[in-house]
Design a protein around this ligand. Structure first.
Ligand code: AMP
Ligand code: ZN
Length: 498
């Protein structure tokens, strides 16, 4: 059996390409992390589920993974096009706290959401403010050839690198979509790699530099951290599709400058010198009600899904049901459907575990020892994820494996474990009771529901239907739906919830 080789979509070439690691046997991945000035919305979380699925797939394919995710705690302005205020300073002023406290609080909240979604920790979290001395060194090294100074900061001249904006497919000179508010900029798309603190102002986060006190530009941060942790070139750089337009083209321009490939040297193909072999982007999670924008105030967070009674892994499954390059629309109905699917999976695995235990609980066989029924399924699963992470197809193969008849339970469990290592749904440890979250607004206690249902059962045995109906009506009045004959064996659920 030959392993299907991994093929991934490269945004730089807009083509699916075979994955060929820079260092044989290894996969080095950098993911643009959150700007920690606020909570992450569930759209942001889709970006990290995608990056995690990529990392899990690389590990499944046998690569030694080194994954870096950064925390942007300085330098990201309110507009990606380098205009406006620093998001962190603005949040600090709004909340009356220090920028450092804000960063610590939202970083912890973000990491809690990742845990809920079973997103694995990267090899290292790089925090932008820890790398400022290195950023200054890089800025110094490229300043003469690629930058110019203005009263507001040190700017990168995009005409000094070949093929600027190739990733975005944007017109070079116009710098599509940019607003040229900074006087003296040579091209609209030129961007600040160091922003000076305006005279007379003091920022909470500022450092001395050859260009005066100030802070690094957001784009410089990712270039410097990815190079410091992974070396250039590394294998894969990921982010949401919005980063394809400005942030990543600017990172690429800096990477070209850092590596010494510029227009003068005639290296016209920036794809060769972008810093990463592959640039991958997840498409957006959208919400018709506009709740995916942080400026909307009450935007959609994982916490809200949880409080409404949806297990966070139902959200992970919802993401996996779509291809990462497709737009995905969030709706409560989609989420409820994903939760039902997850429940079915969890119950099937629990039954299997029970049978396995009844048969003596033999050790699970290794992945390469699957018999004639499971081996082809694992191969199809492998082929699906190797086809630019086609998780939707991989999930249908997984479902097939679950329903496969006349297979040794130990072997089946081993196959499920192997596939779940990629899906990250925790199927071997999740219990169906874990999936029943209590909506935060629910007032009735679980023990009271169970007690009422016991009484109702007894009434029905006695054919006392008046009592049985009265109990059901009072439960309904408390927001509890009684689920007689539910195919999944659930006896009740809280309205609005799971
Ligand atoms: P930010 O904290 O704004 O830097 O965003 C963190 C990550 O979420 C980045 O990779 C963004 O590209 C990504 N992102 C932002 N909005 C969405 C969305 N609605 N759907 C999917 N990814 C998103
Ligand atoms: Zn970045």
């Amino acid at each position: 059996m030959t392993e299907p080789s991994l093929r991934l979509f490269n945004s730089l070439t807009r083509a699916v390409e075979p994955f060929v690691p820079v260092h044989p046997g290894e996969a080095r991945v950098y993911t643009c992390g959150p700007t920690v000035y606020n909570y992450q919305h569930i759209g942001n979380m889709r970006a990290f589920v995608f990056a995690d699925t990529l990392g899990r797939t690389l590990a499944f394919k046998g690569y030694k993974l080194r994954h870096i995710i950064n925390i942007t705690d300085v330098g990201h302005l309110t507009s990606d096009a380098d205009e406006g205020d620093d998001k962190m300073e603005k949040a600090a002023a709004r909340l009356g706290k220090t920028a450092w406290d804000i960063a610590a609080f939202y970083t912890a909240e973000f990491k809690r959401d990742l845990k809920w979604l079973n997103v694995r920790d990267p090899a290292r979290w790089t925090v932008a403010t820890d790398y400022v001395p290195q950023m200054i060194e890089v800025a110094k090294a490229i300043a003469d050839k690629h930058c110019y100074e203005l009263p507001s900061g040190l700017y990168f001249d995009i005409s000094t690198v070949a093929d600027y904006g190739r990733l975005a497919r944007a017109a070079t000179e116009e710098g599509e979509g940019r607003i040229d508010e900074v006087e003296g900029k040579r091209h609209a798309a030129d961007f600040a790699i160091w922003r000076k603190t305006p005279p007379g102002e003091t920022r909470q986060m500022e450092w001395d530099s050859p260009w005066g006190r100030g802070a690094p530009g957001w784009h410089l941060e990712c270039s410097v951290m990815s190079r410091a942790e992974l070396g250039l070139p590394f294998d894969i750089h990921t982010g949401g599709i919005d980063h394809r337009e400005i942030h990543h083209p600017n990172e690429i321009a800096q990477n070209q400058a850092m590596q010494g490939f510029d227009a003068e040297h005639g290296h016209l193909d920036c794809a060769q010198n972008s810093g990463a072999r592959l640039w991958m982007h997840n498409n957006f999670l959208i919400d018709r009600a506009g709740k995916m924008s942080k400026s909307s105030g009450d935007f959609l967070r994982l916490q809200l899904l949880h409080d409404r009674g949806y297990h966070p892994l139902a959200f992970r499954l919802m993401c996996l049901q779509a291809h990462y390059r497709s737009e995905l629309e969030f709706s409560w109905d989609n989420l409820a459907a994903a939760l039902t699917r997850l429940k079915r999976m969890v119950m099937a695995v629990a039954q299997l575990e029970q049978r396995h235990a009844e048969l003596g609980g033999a050790a699970l066989p290794p992945r390469d020892a699957f018999g004639p029924k499971l081996a082809p399924l694992i191969e199809r699963f492998d082929a699906a994820i190797s086809d630019d992470l086609n998780t939707a197809v991989a999930l249908t193969v997984f479902d097939e494996a679950l329903t496969l008849k006349k297979v040794d339970p130990a072997e089946k469990l081993a196959a499920i474990a192997a596939m779940d290592a990629v899906l990250g749904l925790d199927l071997l440890t999740l219990d169906r009771a874990d999936l029943r979250l209590r909506p935060a607004a629910a007032t009735i206690a679980e023990a009271d529901i169970e007690a009422a249902l016991e009484k109702r059962k007894a009434a029905r045995v006695d054919k006392d239907f008046a009592t049985s109906d009265a109990i059901r009506d009072s439960l309904i009045a408390s927001g509890v739906e009684v689920m007689d004959g539910d195919p999944l064996g659930w006896e009740w659920r809280l309205e609005n919830g799971a």
